[in-house]
Write a protein that binds this ligand. Structure first.
Ligand code: BGC
Length: 544
């Protein structure tokens, strides 16, 4: 065992965790607030790109006669390359932030890494708002803020998955997704309120609001405990006991705390014996060890984690959130595109809570497959309706067709929000064994941002009227990529609902994705590693 005396556990698979208390809920709910950063920071850019003052500041084109954000002429816009750069640079920052965060979270702890993320993020925001009309500074600021968001987004998932009780872990991590959606909505509301100001407040206010999120999360985290699994990894068993007692709201000497701790330690012992890590480089290389055909190998888990986040982006959801405003403008018949974007983000927020129940009732795997299928259907309908009524895209065209397109776009968002949005994060937090968990979650989060960035870079070219101008046909692309996402979930994602993170490890060894949902734990790690007290062993045996 890493340091200290051996902690003895139980052989009863039902007794390895304390009952859930209000305090446990509260800690996770607070941590999920980190989602606000993610959502808000991705949410404000699209709106700012369509602001008359912002366009004038960067293009120096004279204001049109009616400088109203909802009715700007097509030629009064930022060029595609500038839109693409400003949108995607954030994801570049988050990509590197998420990758580095894994290392830092293992070195100094999950909590300090998130707090460091809040500080880095605030520095980025200052760079974004301080100078006026300085593209380079704005872009660097967005890169730095992105790195902060990368830290926060990767580490929050890690932290929440490690402290949440197994029965409600899916629902609590879905709370993080809920906060992402609230962040996007808030960004849209603030942008909507300031979009027509003809001064720097138009874009500075939406950016500056973000300091508030950093302050709330950074300060709040000072009062939360560190992840007990971090301390176990470090071999600091006393601190792990203390932290576990706090997150489970139980006395440190309680059987619940001791049994759960014994499980975490026994599992870590097993993992370490199988994947020894000697040097720093080795500790990265082990993430890619094992056979691709072995569902429990590190390589396979890394592929599933990073691939699942890629698949989440391939559902095409961010096309709507990043370019919804411009896209609805090209549909022509809508008088207020900003308003429509507000509706789409509201649909996103309101549909997410359904996942709290669905992710625990139906499981992660099933909702990914069903949600993906619904998204494929909705996106093909939008593409077909749009292609069949090309005149719908001219002002006064075919309002019924446009309404149908908007309705199916909203259904598509609802399908994403209740399934792929939360479940992709839930699975990533549960997938990796402790020795490589922070790196695995970091790489998966980085993958999310990488593909997010790719979509940010290419999409303006697909839909800008002076470029490919695909209009609704772009949904043929997203419908097809969503087929890939659904197949990915079917073939590669295992069911992890209701299991402790250590039991997930066992399940992956004993099942395939398609048989995983029926798996039940039969032995504890403490029993397998021989760390069971006699009286606890016999209780466990009696229970079996
Ligand atoms: C995705 C984001 C997306 C958001 C929409 C998240 O789970 O990772 O890319 O913008 O959901 O709600």
């Amino acid at each position: 065992m890493p340091g200290g005396a051996v902690v003895l556990g139980t052989s009863d698979t039902n007794r390895i965790e304390a009952p859930v208390t209000a305090r446990t809920y509260f800690m996770c709910v607070f941590a999920s607030f980190g989602g606000i950063f993610f959502g808000y920071d991705t949410g404000w850019m699209g709106g700012v790109l369509g602001m008359p003052y912002f366009i004038n500041m960067y293009t120096h084109k004279p204001f049109p006669a009616n400088p109203d954000a909802a009715h700007l002429p097509a030629d009064f816009a930022l060029p595609a390359w500038e839109k693409s750069l400003m949108t995607s640079i954030l994801s570049a920052g988050t990509f590197f932030g998420a990758l580095i965060a894994g290392d830092i979270a293992d070195l100094v702890g999950r909590r300090p890494t998130i707090i460091a993320g809040c500080i880095i993020f605030s520095i980025g925001c200052i760079l974004e708002v301080a100078p006026k009309d300085a593209l380079a500074c704005f872009v660097i600021g967005r890169l730095v803020a992105g790195a902060g968001v990368g830290f926060i987004s990767a580490t929050i998932i890690l932290y929440m998955s490690e402290i949440a009780p197994k029965k409600v872990r899916g629902a609590l991590v879905s709370g993080y997704q809920f906060c992402i959606t609230i962040g996007i909505l808030l960004a849209n509301c603030v942008v909507y309120a300031t979009q027509n100001r003809l001064d720097t407040g138009s874009y500075r206010i939406p950016i500056a609001v973000q300091f508030l999120w950093a302050l709330i999360l950074g300060t709040g985290l000072l009062f939360l405990p560190e992840s007990p699994r971090f301390y176990v990894r470090k071999g600091q068993i006393d601190l792990a006991t203390e932290a576990l007692a706090r997150v489970r709201d139980q006395p440190a000497e309680s059987d619940y705390v001791q049994d759960e701790l014994a499980e975490i330690i026994a599992n870590l012992e097993f993992e370490k014996a199988h994947i020894p890590q000697t040097t720093y480089v080795e500790s990265w290389l082990v993430c890619f060890r094992g056979s691709i055909y072995d569902g429990s190998s590190n390589l396979r888990r890394t592929i599933v984690g990073t691939g699942l986040q890629c698949a989440q982006q391939f559902t095409g959801i961010n096309f709507i959130f990043y370019f919804g405003t411009s896209f609805f403008q090209t549909l022509g018949t809508i008088s207020n595109p900003f308003f429509i974007s507000l509706i789409t983000t509201l649909v996103n927020v309101l549909s997410t809570p359904a996942s709290f129940w669905m992710v625990e009732h139906f499981g992660r795997r099933r909702i990914l497959i069903v949600g993906g299928t619904c998204m494929v259907i909705c996106q093909f309908i939008v593409a077909i309706v749009g292609t069949a009524t090309p005149h719908a895209q001219t002002p006064g065209g075919a309002p019924a067709a446009v309404k149908a397109e908007i309705a199916f776009i909203c259904l598509n968002i609802a399908a994403f929000a209740s399934t792929w949005g939360p479940a992709a994060w839930v699975v990533v937090g549960e997938l990796f064994p402790l020795p490589i968990r922070s790196r695995g979650v970091g790489m998966s989060t980085a993958s999310n941002w990488f593909w997010n960035c790719i979509i940010g870079v290419i999409t303006p070219y697909l839909v800008s009227t002076d470029q490919a101008n695909l209009g609704p046909k772009v949904f043929f692309i997203w419908g097809s990529t969503a087929i890939f996402s659904t197949l990915f979930a079917y073939f590669l994602v295992s069911e992890t609902k209701g299991l402790s993170l250590e039991q997930v490890d066992q399940m992956l060894v004993e099942t395939s994705p398609r048989t995983s949902a029926g798996w039940k734990p039969t032995k504890t790690w403490a029993a397998s590693e021989g760390h069971v007290q006699d009286d606890k062993a016999s209780e466990g045996e009696k229970a079996v």
